[in-house]
Design a protein around this ligand. Structure first.
Ligand code: G1P
Length: 292
């Protein structure tokens, strides 16, 4: 019997420079899509996959994420006094009671691989998931992306990375997978390369911000040298995991919004608003009025 995935790591220490000045005093993961911060979508995705320990690797703007997942006494008593029950429930039920949150400080911005390594003392020897909250994934009627990946893990018992096909022009923005296709959604990975040029890229199968990793990744990360962009890259450490075991790539069902850049973030807001019970009708009318 393989181990269950019970822990999720959220690297949230990036500088978010593409969203300055919004990210001057706040992490980009706190940017809202309609009315919910990106980090809450990510946390809900983890919870939907049966995960109950959320590990946040924080950077310098460290306060707002713990505050968001904490009890807000003042706000709750105000809402209670005003009999705003619906709002009270929204403020209170950010996470189910079974879930606990752990915060770790990444004191140096040495890259995604380094951020994940910071979680080692808390993750221990169990397999775990890594979720990059700025990759927002709407899985519609399907189970969440992380749920789908946990299912793949439970059948294969090896590291699994979430992938999507991208255009050739986009390969230099991603980690790229070279592999043998096993089914229409699953690859056995042969090699991985972080942000290759178009000419050097082995394929157009790109890593998006979802990973299930065997704990042996920490051994690899400890000895991974700085790679692309002078940073310790998670992709490079996973590539080294291939030397001693199998790694699978899984093309999840769902639409991914790259909320790490302005256009993707705006697209997410439009599409989520068009599904949002409270605003969708008025918003649709408004969009029609803009183009007619
Ligand atoms: C990171 C990873 C990259 C992956 C991407 C997905 O890059 O290093 O392999 O394809 O996330 O969003 P970043 O976007 O942080 O530069």
């Amino acid at each position: 019997m393989g181990k269950k995935i019970k822990k999720a790591v959220f690297p949230v220490a990036g500088l978010g420079t593409r969203f300055l000045p919004a990210t001057k005093a706040n992490p980009k993961e706190m940017l809202p899509v309609v009315d919910k911060p990106l980090i809450q979508y990510a946390a809900e995705e983890a919870v939907s996959a049966g995960i109950d320990v959320l590990i946040f690797v924080n950077g310098r703007n460290k306060r707002s994420i713990p505050d968001h997942f904490d009890k807000a006494y003042e706000l709750e008593s105000e809402l209670e006094a005003r009999n705003k029950e619906k709002l009270l429930a929204i403020a209170r039920d950010v996470l189910p009671p079974r879930v606990s949150c752990i915060y770790i400080r990444q004191s140096e911005a040495l890259g995604l691989g380094h951020a994940v390594l910071c979680a080692k003392p808390v993750v221990g020897k169990d397999p775990f998931t890594v979720i990059l909250a700025d990759d927002l994934i709407d899985s519609g009627d399907q189970p969440s992306c992380t749920r789908q990946m946990v299912d793949v893990y439970e059948k294969n018992h090896c590291s699994v990375i979430g992938v999507q096909n991208v255009s050739r022009e986009e390969v230099s923005s991603y980690g790229i997978v070279d592999g043998e296709q096993i089914t229409d959604k699953l690859w056995s990975v042969n090699a991985l390369v972080e942000k290759p040029s178009i000419e050097e890229s082995p394929s157009t199968i790109a890593i998006v911000g979802r990973y299930i990793l065997e704990a042996s990744i920490f051994d690899q990360l400890e000895t991974t040298e700085r790679g692309a962009g002078g940073e310790i890259q998670l992709t490079d450490a996973i590539a080294r995991q291939l030397e001693s075991g199998k790694v699978m790539a899984y093309e999840f069902s769902g639409k991914r919004f790259d909320c790490g850049n302005k256009l993707g973030y705006l697209q997410a807001n439009v599409e989520y608003a068009l599904k949002h019970e409270e605003v969708r009708d008025q918003f649709k009318t408004y969009l029609h009025s803009l183009i007619s």
